[in-house]
Design a protein around this ligand. Structure first.
Ligand SMILES: NC(=O)c1ccc[n+]([C@@H]2O[C@H](COP(=O)([O-])OP(=O)(O)OC[C@H]3O[C@@H](n4cnc5c(N)ncnc54)[C@H](OP(=O)(O)O)[C@@H]3O)[C@@H](O)[C@H]2O)c1
Length: 354
């Protein structure tokens, strides 16, 4: 359990940030809400749905909210002062990741984010690996549904393999009601790649300008075979090859979800249960191949935004209690699969993930 350690959540009042705040409280941490809008932070601190048994904000620490702007390093230093780690839930990460990482390096605390922007994740590895190692700080980008879960499943599926020929991560979502943050992240990423799309092939990211292929993917029962967009490239193409020698990494998205995401009028997610989760269900099916052999790992659950909270909080808990994979370098920039014992991490996520 979190033992009352203070954890900053930057972007705390966003859709994902709120799930993370709730999860930190549930795990015994003290969330320190931060973000650029003081009024939204105040509203979060005193939100009735977050009220605990002791009234007012109810939850410890929420009234210690700390407005901060990525344009003002001193405000970020004040936000991180006296805390054990920072979780960045504010996207676009093209704008927020570097200033928050700089602040974490100055404070000497771990930084974990939920970035699904491929370019921002690449930047984090490229620009901060050496500096974080020198500072003795651990940075874990994409510690979320996209980028984190696929990497953990791939690493678990690999078992004793250290190399493979191919990894395939197929996302079977019942649908996808995107948040404004997801839509903005998509726009920023598309702009950064000049309207093209990226594919991870021959051991590197390749920019393409043709249309993504549509194909069928044999999801396990009861979902069964579904139409998917092939080469629907997600953050896993950064996290998986960051530590596993696999020259071909492909990600796929169920057609319904891809259509929801691209339709301009698809609504934002709405709560379907008391924890605020939407009714969306997901199945992540990972296949790794080497020679003639194939290994598989599968995860099922509800709501891709909500599941990000137990993923990122489990990561912070493990970092702060030294529960990293034997032999893993615990400073620098590392993905979930590189730094944690993947099978053990996934088991700890039950019952959130089946
Ligand atoms: N990898 C994954 O699986 C995964 C999962 C969940 C979320 N995400 C990513 O996390 C991000 C947030 O998603 P969400 O669902 O929480 O979206 P959201 O509800 O729209 O919230 C976005 C949050 O980011 C903040 N923000 C945006 N630009 C900012 C800036 N320049 N400085 C400070 N704060 C800023 C917003 O604050 P204001 O209201 O003040 O603008 C808000 O708190 C998105 O990029 C999304 O793609 C990824």
């Amino acid at each position: 359990m979190g033992s009352g350690l203070k954890i900053v959540v930057f972007g705390a009042y966003g859709h994902t940030g709120r799930f993370v705040v709730a999860q930190l409280v549930e795990r015994g941490f003290v969330p320190v809400p931060s973000g650029r809008d003081a009024e939204k932070l105040k509203a979060l601190a005193f939100a009735s749905e977050l009220s605990g048994p002791s009234g007012s904000s109810g939850w410890p620490g929420l009234d210690d909210y700390r407005p901060a702007s990525v344009d003002d390093p001193a405000s970020l230093d004040r936000a991180l002062a006296g805390t054990a780690a920072v979780i960045n839930c504010a996207g676009p990460f093209a704008t927020t990741a570097a200033p928050l990482i700089e602040a974490a390096l100055r404070a000497g605390i771990p930084y974990v984010d939920v970035a699904a922007e491929i370019e921002a994740n690449v930047d984090t590895f490229t620009h901060f690996a050496d500096r974080a190692r020198t500072a003795g700080v651990l940075i874990v980008p994409a510690m979320a549904f996209y980028g984190g879960l696929g990497d953990l499943l791939t690493t678990a599926a690999m078992g004793d393999w250290t190399t493979a020929d191919e990894a395939h991560v197929a996302y079977g979502l019942s649908g996808w009601h995107p948040t404004p943050g997801t839509r903005t992240a998509g726009v920023v990423s598309r702009e950064r790649r000049g309207g093209g799309r990226v594919v991870y092939t021959n051991g590197r990211l390749e920019l393409r300008h043709d249309t993504s292929p549509t194909q069928e993917w044999p999801f396990p029962a009861p979902m069964g075979t579904r139409a998917v967009i092939g080469e629907f490239t997600m953050a896993d193409v950064v996290t998986i090859p960051s530590h596993l020698s696999i020259p071909e990494v492909r990600t796929y998205m169920s057609l319904e979800a891809a259509r929801d995401l691209s339709a301009p009028d698809t609504p934002a997610p709405t709560p379907a249960d008391e924890s605020g989760r939407s009714a969306q269900t997901f199945l992540v099916d990972v296949v790794v191949r080497k020679g003639g052999s194939e290994r598989r790992a599968v995860a099922r659950g509800q709501d891709i935004y909500a599941i990000t909270a137990p993923l990122v909080v489990e990561a912070v808990d493990r970092i702060l209690t030294g529960r990293t994979r034997a032999g893993a370098e615990t400073v620098g920039v590392a993905s979930a699969g590189a730094i944690f014992d993947a099978a053990e991490f996934l088991r700890a996520l039950s019952p959130h993930i089946q």
